[in-house]
Design a protein around this ligand. Sequence first.
Ligand code: UDP
Length: 339
Amino acid sequence: MNSPMTVLVTGGAGYVGSHCVAELLDRGAKVIVLDNLRQGHRAAVPAEAAFVEADLADTDALKRVFAEWRFDAVFHFAALSLVGESMRDPHLYLHGNTVNSLNLIRATVEAGVRKMVFSSTANLFGTPERLPIDEDTAIDPGSPYGESKFFIERALHWADRCHGLRSACLRYFNAAGAHPNGLLGEDHHPETHLIPLVLDAAAGKRSHIEIFGDDYPTPDGTCVRDYIHVCDLADAHLRVLDALETRSVRYNLGNGTGYSVRQVIEAVERVTGLKVPVKVGPRRAGDPAVLIASSERIRTELGWNPRFPDLDSIIGGAWAWRSRNPNGYRGPATAQAAE
Ligand code: UDP
């Protein structure tokens, strides 16, 4: 039998990263998580994974990690990831995300590691001229966040051309849902994402959900997004490893179906049986009206097929995790101690 592969996962304590760590462990990989825990949660990293608390800005820490382990691949999730915040503080994103990733790419190349899987975004495509959005759609990032991810895609392009570092750039549409094992879910502080916020409004933990604009050119006036289960994203990360034996790849990852903000709210009411109080507010800067993926390329080339495409099931999983973990990863005792 082959020896298990060893994988470094930056940002492995975060939402998508932790689900990928679980998938890697399930498939027998040895996993080392590097995370600064500013957004991630130590409790989201299983005991079977080694954990290093460090920031990618710390090049000495990176050197130590690459000296201690010999990696077969690097999965790179660690980043700031809020569109709205990046519109308010572009430098934070354009500088921070990019420099940290360049540090990681350099350390990866210097260590002779040949594969990197990179967490990119649909925000690369800004306001696209045609839908669904495939990999040939023109790149015109919608925000400094998206631009920072594009810079990194370009750095990876050159790392392949100049050093033979193969990379997979995976452009996620709207990651959603929770792991069916009940141990992992979505827990951001502060929470800005639609589905967890609507669930909190249903549960009475928030007074209402504010719809950011209902005057978009969409059927009900609210923004349309393509919600993709976080475990389907994780599955794609594992599948691309084989492709990286021969080439670098870029794939858009979504279900190919769009739901409006109002449709998400209706789905939450259906799944939970609870009423969601709604208020309509102004548009949020940087939000395109419609983002729907075409994932034909990865379906055809790698046989990827979302296992959890149904919106109600995605929301059902998120609701189950939030109901079991009302304080997210922070148990009640921890939350009290922090106050
Ligand atoms: N949204 C909203 N109210 C909220 C949070 C989000 O109307 O409190 C909308 C947002 O404008 C976008 C969609 O829900 O059209 C999904 O937003 P989210 O932040 O979850 O993901 P994004 O599309 O920004 O990656």
